[in-house]
Design a protein around this ligand. Structure first.
Ligand code: PLP
Length: 384
């Protein structure tokens, strides 16, 4: 097979499975509305759960950060790209989330690659929840460590895997709130099982941080668990972009030596760090609590409505509320019917989710109005 034949055949297979992905350029895609070609849609597909992506105080903070620091950091944090803005944000994150240290990354994807690669070696074993995000499973696959998966949220199966002899160390990987199902991991039970075998737990709380728990501290804090490694990302509840790992002093020092993404990559723009500090301040404030409260009302309203429509829900209490449709073509048709009515939702199909579980991944934001939820439910009623 030539290069060209290989590419053509891969594309052909995707088209045949109704799984061909295309992007659509929008004028604005976060928050309550999505605008495309001048038309406004009510947006149920962004991860901007608290509606902070257009918050005036955060936008202003980014502008002021750019006035002060310019638009680029100028280099890796190990050279000259670690500014007082980065340092201040790391200290705020560590204090807020109850860790000794925080280290910033450009994205959650990069953080997961960097941390898993730096932590694991060939005698080690990584045991990951089967539904973990692609960035975690890909990092685990690329690692020289052995990769084992356990059934979604199945603590007994995890324990059985942990009990098998392992020459090196064991790292257990899961999410706080799962990105495609919206359900939560039983972090307390998982951590107890991991500790019994002297392993470490890595929790990626991309969808929980900022959005759940007291002061938005996320899933682990809410369950009174302190994983050895906590990944938080800023492209979702924080409304911005970037990520951090929360860890001990010695692990932070270790990652600064061995995490290649920190050493060989330009650090985030300092102005972005300034904007993120503003976002953290709002998340922790009374305004943040109000936004979480509004979001939680929307979640309950949508869940009641989906139930009444006999659409299959997941066990999710989060802003991610999938309506599982099963068939790829039906999911696409439903998304199309909603779009014709001014509602933007995304059909998620395999291989992002298991075969036969194509779904509409409905995401809610504090920026929605109650009426938006009702409009969505009416449209689902008419289309399904
Ligand atoms: C979105 C997501 C990521 C990737 O984060 P980015 O900052 O968008 O790269 C990582 N892990 C989980 C669980 C996610 O949902």
């Amino acid at each position: 097979m030539t290069w060209q034949q290989r590419i053509d055949s891969a594309l052909q297979a995707r088209r045949a499975a109704a799984a061909f992905r295309v992007r659509q350029a929008v004028e604005n895609g976060a928050g309550r509305f999505l605008t495309r070609e001048g038309r406004r849609f009510c947006n149920f597909s962004s991860n901007d759960y608290l509606g902070l992506s257009q918050h005036p105080a955060i936008v202003r903070a980014w502008q002021q950060g750019a006035d002060r620091y310019g638009v680029g950091s100028g280099g890796s944090g190990h050279v000259s790209g670690y500014t007082t803005a980065h340092q201040g944000l790391e200290e705020e994150l560590a204090g807020w989330l109850g860790y000794a240290r925080a280290l910033l990354f450009i994205s959650g994807f990069a953080a997961n690659q960097a941390v898993i690669a730096a932590m694991t070696d060939k005698d080690d074993r990584i045991i990951a929840d089967r539904l973990s995000h692609a960035s975690l499973l890909e990092a685990a696959n690329l690692s020289p460590a052995q990769l084992r998966r356990f059934a979604h949220n199945d603590v007994a199966q995890l324990s059985a895997l942990l009990d098998k002899p392992c020459v090196g160390q064991q790292l257990v990987v899961t999410e706080g709130v799962f990105s495609m199902d919206g359900d939560s991991a039983p972090l307390r039970a998982l951590h107890d099982a991991v500790k019994k075998q002297n392993g470490w737990l890595l929790v990626d709380d991309a969808h929980g941080t900022g959005v759940t728990g007291d002061e938005g501290r996320g899933s682990a804090h809410q369950q009174n668990v302190k994983p050895e490694l906590l990944i938080v990302t800023f492209g979702k509840g924080f409304g911005v972009s970037g990520a951090a790992v929360l860890c001990s002093d010695s692990v932070a020092d270790y990652l600064l030596q061995f995490a290649r993404h920190l050493i060989y990559s330009t650090s985030m723009p300092p102005a972005q760090a300034v904007a993120l500090s503003a976002s953290v301040a709002i998340i922790r404030s009374a305004e943040g609590a109000e936004r979480r409260e509004r979001l939680s009302e929307h979640i309950q309203r949508l869940r009641r409505g989906l139930h009444a429509l006999a659409l299959q829900r997941t066990d999710s209490q989060s802003a991610i509320q999938p309506a599982i449709v099963g068939d790829n073509a039906r999911a696409l048709a439903l998304a199309g019917a909603l779009r014709a009515r001014g509602i933007w939702v995304t059909a998620i199909r395999p291989p992002t989710v298991p075969p036969g579980t194509a779904r509409l991944r409905l995401t809610l934001t504090a920026a929605h109005d109650t009426q938006d939820i009702d409009t969505l439910l009416e449209a689902l009623h008419d289309a399904s």
